[in-house]
Design a protein around this ligand. Structure first.
Ligand SMILES: NC(=O)c1ccc[n+]([C@@H]2O[C@H](COP(=O)([O-])OP(=O)(O)OC[C@H]3O[C@@H](n4cnc5c(N)ncnc54)[C@H](OP(=O)(O)O)[C@@H]3O)[C@@H](O)[C@H]2O)c1
Length: 302
């Protein structure tokens, strides 16, 4: 089976490529950097520039499925031009793929299109549990980006193959920058809590996330699925479990919400908003989590 992956050189993509190659899949990937076309040993890179509608259409030759991860990082400071890039990188890349696939018609036999999305599409709530079927309201920039991105992806449903959207939570991996930052403060005996710390943070181990992409591929899943572990934690519990996982006692430093809002402005929603997101739909399809609990997930890294 041959898979085309966009955003393959990013933190999630690198793991998915490694897993798929180890299972014998053939891989093409699209990159916006000419210098990265030889990024992976064993996978073939092709250049594209979605904002200029440039794509090397030979990337589609012989492919069975597409995994779409490309998007400018939301963790860059949200200036006006960064916000434009966050939104446009997702919409332009998706619509370029759609137009190319539409043009190719019967020349390619795609079976599925699996796209990343994010739990940031749900509104912030300290009480509600979010399910895929929820009505969506667009109250902030992030919700708007993810909503528009999914709307662009859903256009693929008009074509004759399965379309899957995975709403991803905070991805835990050994190299995740936020994990390194929290760990660093804990090494100095300080656990940082944002606001009251009662906001829910749905998270997922990178190994489970790559397995869910594979599961979606192999089981021809269709529709929207939350890609989060079954046990989301509040931010203060996250710090408590992280400090226990490395046997490091800590003093808690609460940074009040208003200070965070002064420094991060609109972007503060990334750390202050609360999302309690259910994983029941993907589990009801038969997916079994390798890391359902945060402690075991963290212990796999440290
Ligand atoms: N990591 C998380 O916790 C998380 C959570 C929820 C959702 N997601 C979503 O999952 C996707 C993958 O996440 P990630 O953490 O792997 O992201 P990442 O490390 O930032 O990588 C994203 C990749 O997208 C490509 N890209 C960047 N800017 C682009 C642009 N302007 N046009 C087209 N492609 C561009 C880059 O590949 P090239 O340089 O090779 O082009 C980059 O390696 C993202 O869309 C992200 O929003 C991630």
């Amino acid at each position: 089976m041959k898979i085309l992956i966009t955003g393959a050189t990013g933190s999630i993509g690198k793991t998915i490529v490694k897993v798929l190659l180890s299972k014998g899949y053939r891989i093409n990937f699209l990159t916006t950097s000419r210098s990265k076309v030889n990024f992976f040993k064993g996978a073939k890179g092709f250049y594209w520039k979605p904002n200029r509608k440039e794509i090397d259409s030979s990337c589609f030759v012989g492919i069975d499925s597409i995994i779409h991860l490309a998007g400018y990082s939301v963790s860059n400071f949200w200036t006006k031009s960064v916000k434009k890039k966050i939104m446009e990188s997702r919409l332009q890349s998706t619509s370029l793929l759609y137009n190319e696939i539409h043009k190719l018609g019967d020349k390619i036999q795609l079976k599925s299109f699996i796209s990343a999305s994010a739990i940031g599409i749900y509104e912030s709530s300290f009480k509600k549990v979010h399910y895929e079927k929820d009505n969506l309201k667009r109250k902030n920039f992030l919700q708007n980006v993810v909503y528009e991105w999914e709307r662009e992806v859903l256009k693929f449903s008009k074509l004759n193959f399965k379309v899957t959207i995975l709403r991803i939570g905070l991805v835990m991996s050994k190299n995740a920058r936020f994990l390194k930052a929290f760990r660093l403060t804990l090494n100095f005996g300080i656990g940082v809590i944002f606001g009251k710390g009662n906001q829910f943070q749905p998270w997922i181990h990178i190994e489970d996330l790559s397995s869910i992409f594979l599961f979606a591929l192999n089981n021809q899943l269709q529709g929207v699925y939350n890609a989060v572990s079954p046990n989301p934690v509040t931010q203060s519990n996250f710090i408590r479990i992280l400090s226990n996982s490395i046997n490091q006692k800590c003093l808690i430093l609460n940074i009040p919400s208003f200070i965070i809002k002064i420094f991060l402005g609109e972007m503060s929603c990334l750390i202050l908003n609360s999302h309690n997101v259910s994983s029941s739909k993907i589990q009801s399809q038969g997916y079994k989590f390798h890391y359902p609990n945060l402690m075991s997930a963290l212990k796999s890294f440290f």
